[in-house]
Design a protein around this ligand. Structure first.
Ligand code: FE2
Length: 283
């Protein structure tokens, strides 16, 4: 699927942009399923906000539990700015969900069909993954006006293997632009050190600092503005970021985080599967 030139590009830059990887029909089927899951979310039962640095406060245990269990389930997380000072939603429910995670690719037929197949398997082989393991799926809404920033990070810090193998498959479900919070990457930045790891510590999680190399800024990073249907595939070591969405347009995206089964998956990674729910690959 990738030409030799594209394979070199992936190796040198740490990412590759593949416009039109998914058809309009595939994209709209996924979007419609995601909207249905969000609309059916039981607001009274859970109002958890997605944040990797939300470690304290009276709700901390409940929040951590909800997050950790999402490794084996389909769960909705709210945008940080979804709630007004009165505790009520400032926008309708379906425009307040930050993301759905993290096992739709194994539990939901529409997500599973989107997340597998020969095209993805061939691409994975081309970027060096021999035996794929899809650990996580995330449907990110980046809602109009309240869609939160995702700070600079490297996905390896969340899915650590020895040696490093995690590769991110980022699908644009809407056109992603500077205005609605497209991702930014640092070309070649996958050659920089791993700065942080996000790990499980019993029933809690924590972010550990490993290296003080500064995160990129707009001088070295570039925005990746892409059309819906585009796949951005990147090395887990590539620093990336996305700005808040202050526009009136949503910026839906879908991601898969995939490792190579030949590389040891760290037992302290936050994402762990139940014994009766084994991780599977693209085929
Ligand atoms: Fe990421």
């Amino acid at each position: 699927m990738l030409t030799n030139e594209q394979k070199c590009e992936f190796k040198d830059n740490g990412f590759i942009v593949l416009p039109g990887f998914k058809s309009t029909a595939e994209i709209s089927a996924l979007k419609s399923r995601a909207n249905d899951i969000a609309a059916a979310h039981d607001f009274s039962a859970s109002q958890e906000v997605f944040s990797t640095d939300r470690q304290c406060g009276p709700q901390a245990d409940k929040v951590q539990d909800y997050f950790l269990k999402s490794a084996n389930e389909i769960r909705c997380f709210f945008e940080e700015k979804a709630f007004g000072t009165d505790g009520n939603l400032v926008q309708p429910l379906e425009q307040s969900i930050n993301k759905i995670g993290h096992a739709m690719h194994d539990l939901d037929p529409v997500f599973s069909a989107f997340s597998r197949g020969n095209k993805l398997a061939t691409l994975a082989a081309d970027v060096g993954l021999k035996q794929t393991q899809i650990w996580q799926s995330m449907y990110i809404f980046k809602q109009p006006r309240i869609g939160g920033e995702v700070g600079w990070h490297q996905d390896t810090g969340f899915f650590y293997t020895t040696p490093q193998s995690v590769t991110t498959f980022w699908f644009a479900v809407d056109d992603a632009t500077l205005e609605n919070g497209c991702i930014w990457v640092e070309p070649g930045g996958h050659k920089s050190p791993l700065r942080q790891r996000f790990v499980r510590d019993g029933r809690k999680t924590k972010l550990i600092d490993l290296d003080t190399t500064p995160w990129p800024d707009t001088k070295t990073a570039i925005p990746v503005e892409v059309k819906a249907g585009t796949l951005v595939c990147f090395n887990g070591m590539l620093p990336h970021y996305s700005a808040p969405n202050t526009s009136d347009k949503a910026r839906h995206a879908y991601t898969l985080h995939v490792t190579d089964a030949a590389n040891d998956y760290a037992p302290e990674n936050w994402m762990q599967r139940s014994k009766d729910f084994p991780v599977r690959g693209f085929v």
